[in-house]
Design a protein around this ligand. Sequence first.
Ligand code: GLC
Length: 736
Amino acid sequence: MKKIFFLLLTVTIIQFAQKKTFEQRADSVLALMNLEEKVGQLIQYSDGYATGGSTVGPKENMEELTRKGGVGSFFNVIGVKAIKKLQKVAVEESRLKIPLIFGLDVIHGYRAIFPVPLAEASSWNPSLVEKSARWQAIEAASAGLQWTFNPMVDIARDPRWGRIMEGSGEDPYLGSQMSAARVRGYQGKDLSANTNILACVKHYAAYGGAEGGRDYNTVDLSERNFRDYYLPPYKAAVDAGVGSLMASFNEIGGVPSSASKFLMTQILRNEWKSDAFVVSDWNSIGELIPHGVAKNLKQAAELGINATVDMDMQASAYYMHLAELVKEGKVNIKLVDDAVRRVLIAKFKLGLFDSPYKYLDEEREKKNVMSKDIVNVTKEVALETLVLLKNEKNVLPLKKDIKKLAVIGELANSNDDVLGGWAAQGRKEDGVSILEGIKNKIGMNTKINFVEGCKVLGEDKSGFEKAVEAVENADAAIVVIGENRSMTGEASSRASIDIPGVQEELAIQLIKTGKPVVIVLMNGRPLSFPNLQKNASAILETWFAGIQAGNAVADVLFGDFNPNGKLPVTFPRSVGQVPIYYNHKNTGRPHNPGDHYTSYYMDFDNTPLYPFGYGLSYTTFEYSAPVLSKTQIKKDESLKISFSVKNTGSVEGSEVAQLYIRDLVGSVTRPVKELKDFAKISLKPGELKNIEFTITPEKLKFYDINMNYIVEPGDFKVFVGTNSVDVKEARFSVVE
Ligand code: GLC
């Protein structure tokens, strides 16, 4: 025990000393800088300055701006060669030779594209997601980058919002696990290694709370709702040591994030004690003008720096006005120094001062970008993101010796859409379409007949007849429908969450042939398809599964992999139900079928199409009732929940056992369920495993009537199960 203590003490001293070193080294550079050079470190531009939003740009070109020390970072500069050219100017030709930091949106891969983040969250496997981020970092670092604008952790309960694809769904606990896993994966254990890159948790904060699911729209939350639901995943990233945050476009309750002292100073600096630097989103400081809180770019700059948004992405607000504001005494130079220090500390942590060319090895770039190894990892990850939603009459898995197979749908033949949105340097020629994956799997001995049937978009049904004929002449059919890759991501909100075009109508016609039909969904958001859901026998959710989508989906369709994904977000029956999420409040009149005066829609079944945490397997699992170590605990005590899960089917499979709690009575209303733990276990046929979760005081805390983050005495229910609805429960109490 003593040895461990002294080891921990030594590590802490080293870390403290190291942190001191980074700050001391940053301060030693800061002391040499003039005002223009300080402002320069707080300026970031996209390659070639790009346009889009920002109204003004530098008069110098990128090299001239770098040479004069007028810029701290570029993004969207691609390839070692191009990055090296600019870095050389910075560290060999500028006065103080301060290195640049180069960023890019590596959201789910640089060139080897992984499944979109919402798909990765469906794996409910934080170590797999960490591995994905690790490999993304190795590839991006090999391409010369030191910074990714990820993880995106915005809680999203509204599938109309296209950026739901970029996050980890509706739950703060699952979202926090994924957030921390990605920070660990990107940053590694030692940021100075040239395989690690700075992560950037975004979009701080609550960007996913946009009213109506309309991108960039107003967010208005109670502080309690904000802190209980939306804030935890950002805090998880900060606790995991994230080196930067990105301020979001939206306002919260009247204050745009890029002008929010509450977010940037009170929470991030004072409560969380974070020394991570904050970069604005694209021109989000400039957008304080249309938000109506700044009358011009100068006032926008003043609001941004006063809120401690350290770096101005693309708005030219700091470029044009920050030095002037300091000289006029409107901005305290200490604010500028603090911001510059945070940026310099990050560059020191990355080792850029000691070795500015450490990421810039063209041989390494050739070797690591799209390496065979990373391509294999994209498939390993994709397999665990696939969610089996329905499988009746044992349609799945299909037999490999099937003689004739019809494959239908424009998306089936797309090696582009599998990449999903925000696919950085991904190339469609790297993508394996679902049709290709099926051909790779069974093409040698099966007659595969592909018929498009219809497009993703549009009302043209002229292809239906040929598609019906193909299915009638086949032993089975795989019908791939959903959204194309541009229908989710930024500025991609939809007022409808139906399956676009006439795809659903085609699918139902094909089901009516009576042949075994497997519906494969390709989409970036929850979709509502109650009619198809009722008529289909087999439905597999594949999201946008990345460059190896086709091979991963084929493995599942033909039984070489038993699907084990679970939904990280609720699927509504209708957009009219939105917002609909599992961790909702009970209200004073919870829905009670048959009781008119309760909370429900008269024209729709009030349950979701598929609930949070839902996903099937080719086998079946049986849960025992949970047993508690105690049924009464004090506020500072923990208790254990034990239960068993048995594989009651005939094939090996993995299951995500989930733990939820309900606080029955609080000083404020509490959700009917809250996810507090989960475990992914693999079981052979007939195998039984015992699982034990611990409920700690931290898992019971919430913001009470006085906004204190505490455990309140009272009665609780605890639930264990395969999703947020099919659960077994027990009860316990907390006493003073
Ligand atoms: C975009 C996005 C943000 C991204 C940034 C840089 O507008 O909102 O997620 O990181 O600009 O590309």
